[in-house]
Design a protein around this ligand. Structure first.
Ligand SMILES: [Ca+2]
Length: 323
């Protein structure tokens, strides 16, 4: 009897070891494919940054990204961001608060989002970026869909309670890639680099002083600006925050989706060939008013994203992921 018991126990132990090991292997394999991300938004009066947050949440659920933090690069919207995150199951994602004034009127949808009692921690955005990078065992990508004030602040930051490293040292060690929604190709003026006085100051500094050992990808306006997404959520305003905001903004049939396009491309980079996404090396200069000039050249410091599929192709994929 004892022998049988021992045999059964031994088999059970062996089985649990094999099972445990294979589950462990699966976890490691899955983790390899999940991109840790900080989403850095401006979220002013428009609703395109909310679409970017919604996509980041859904790609986290799909195990394409791990949403480590959402930082805002203008102040005043942090309660709304936290409300949306908590409402949609991301109450443990910290929210970074900006010291820069938000130069838009307070849109009604912020009140709606702030109604949710959020559990998200809220701390200074640059501190949150430093802490997130310092605490991560693997390099983290930062995706910006607004001003570059937080990246500027991170680059200028000095050692603190989270890390003795300067901002640039932290970036070199812990930032995998920076994805920037901004710029007009081949030249022009866009909102994110020019709309308010601190926009060109921060954007110029970032592009002039970025360390090219850390890849920086530029998503120019022509990619996502003419792309209209969110129309598929019409009739869902009673149950869906994003649909409510689109309706409240008067764009329930869809709105320009530059920010959403950046998050879509980032999260689906492994399938870039399928989606007609290619890269062009380039340099970019920004003048004191925020006007940019982009020059394609093989020895360029940055990567410019290009797309070859039509807007309907990208719209349909993004709309599916917004649900
Ligand atoms: Ca934005």
């Amino acid at each position: 009897m004892n022998c049988i018991k021992k045999l059964v126990t031994g088999l059970a132990l062996a089985l649990s070891f094999v099972l445990g090991f294979s589950i462990f292997r699966i976890d490691i394999k899955a983790a390899d494919n999940i991109e840790p991300i900080v989403l850095d938004v401006d979220m002013c009066g428009d609703v395109d940054d909310i679409m970017a947050i919604r996509l980041a949440e859904n790609y986290d659920i799909q195990n394409k990204v791990k949403l480590l933090a959402v930082t805002s690069n203008v102040m005043g919207n942090e309660d709304a961001i936290a409300g949306m995150l908590t409402k949609e199951g991301f109450g443990d994602v910290p929210v970074g608060v900006s010291p820069y004034p938000n130069d838009t009127s307070y849109p009604e949808y912020w009140d709606k989002f702030s109604e949710t009692t959020a559990t998200n921690e809220k701390i200074d955005a640059v501190k949150l970026l430093r802490r997130t990078l310092a605490e991560s065992y693997v390099p983290v990508s930062i995706v910006t869909t607004g001003y570059l004030t937080n990246i500027y602040g991170l680059m200028l930051s000095e050692g603190d309670e989270y890390s003795p490293l300067s901002g640039m040292q932290l970036i070199r060690e812990k930032v995998k890639e920076l994805h920037v929604t901004g710029g007009v190709y081949p030249f022009g003026v866009d909102f994110n680099y020019a709309y308010v006085p601190f926009a060109p100051i921060s954007a110029r500094y970032v592009f002039e002083n970025w360390d090219s050992s850390v890849p920086l990808f530029i998503y120019t306006y022509d990619l996502g600006g003419p792309l209209m997404c969110g129309g598929n959520l019409q009739n869902m305003a009673e149950t869906d925050y994003l649909a409510w905001a689109l309706k409240n903004r008067g764009v329930e049939s869809g709105t320009p989706s530059w920010d959403a396009f950046t998050v879509f491309v980032f999260a689906n980079f492994k399938d870039s060939e399928i989606h007609g996404i290619t890269l062009e090396k380039c340099n970019m200069e920004i003048d004191q008013d925020g006007a940019d000039v982009i020059e394609d050249r093989p020895d360029g410091k940055f990567y410019r994203i290009k797309k070859s599929k039509d807007n309907e192709y990208d719209r349909d994929l993004i709309n599916e992921d917004l649900k």
